[in-house]
Design a protein around this ligand. Structure first.
Ligand SMILES: O=C(O)CCC(=O)C(=O)O
Length: 275
């Protein structure tokens, strides 16, 4: 095959002489050409001058994911060390299974009403509280309740012996489906005392537990550039939040827009009498 013919085949068609087609005529002159009477269009090739941005370009830090058991020092300031400990298989699967169905059926779940700027709203989840003292957050109080369910007492003993910490109270959360959630917050009520250790045990469907660092004062409450972490909390896992985690970070369980089954979260805490 002649060289010319082969070249034309390779190009995918029987090539015509290579004449560049005329650009299509604009159907909206004002959008693609100069305004009538404008002179700048005729002034010759346009030049672009690089302008140094007045502010340095800031990158949003990529979200980190913690999935494996381990000890994670997530920050060293400004208040001090913030540490997480994750144990994905704290409970054997068979125990996690029967404990989940027992607690789902037998705990006195109810929906709490909170107040923000004097306005009442229902929490998007169910809760119940155990402890000798009441617990107040979001301007409403869960009354003291010393009638610990036997499964909760045995879980408290297991968490205490694993962690070496003691806990006198327990907040139970039930997320009925993916639409139930808990918004960004820190567990920093005065009754929890300084630098509280909180042990969070999960049963049921996996939900994403997110953390975001508190912004520096000069950010004026803008969380755009803060560090973020995501931890899928699975059936039978234990997450300990320690040190300054409640001072320097917030956490949430966001709504999820795909099918999620029920999940129970047990957060063991120590409550101190308020002055
Ligand atoms: O459900 C969870 O994993 C988090 C619960 C929580 O943030 C809380 O009880 O303060």
């Amino acid at each position: 095959m002649g060289d010319k013919r082969q070249r034309a085949r390779v190009q995918g068609c029987w090539a015509q002489p290579r004449v560049r087609p005329a650009p299509p005529k604009p159907n909206c002159p004002s959008a693609s050409g100069p305004a009538p009477g404008s002179t700048s269009w005729k002034a010759g090739p346009r030049t672009f001058e690089f302008q140094q941005p007045s502010k340095p370009i800031r990158e949003v830090p990529p979200e980190k994911v913690i999935e494996k058991s381990g000890v994670y020092d997530i920050s060293h300031g400004p208040s001090g060390l913030s540490r997480l400990r994750l144990l994905t298989d704290f409970l054997p699967q068979v125990d996690a299974d029967w404990m989940f169905s027992t607690l789902l059926a037998e705990l006195p779940w109810s929906q709490k009403t909170n107040y923000r700027q004097g306005e009442a709203y229902e929490e998007p989840r169910l809760t119940c509280w155990y402890g000798e003292l009441p617990y107040t957050y979001s301007n409403s109080t869960l009354q003291a309740n010393s009638q610990w369910h036997p499964v909760l007492s045995s879980l408290r003993a297991a968490v205490e012996s694993h962690s070496g910490c003691s806990f006198n109270s327990l907040l139970c959360n039930l997320y009925r489906d993916g639409k139930d959630s808990i918004a960004w917050h820190s567990d920093n009520e005065p009754s929890l005392g300084p630098r509280p250790t909180i042990a969070s045990l999960s049963l049921g469907d996996t939900r994403l537990f997110s953390l975001r660092k508190q912004p520096a004062p000069e950010e004026n409450g803008d969380y755009t550039y803060v560090e973020r972490l995501r931890i899928p909390l699975s059936h039978g896992s234990l997450l300990m939040m320690e040190g300054c985690t409640q001072d320097d970070w917030q956490h949430q369980v966001a709504k999820e827009y795909h099918d999620r089954g029920p999940r129970i979260n047990l957060t063991f805490r120590t409550i101190h009498p308020e002055p």
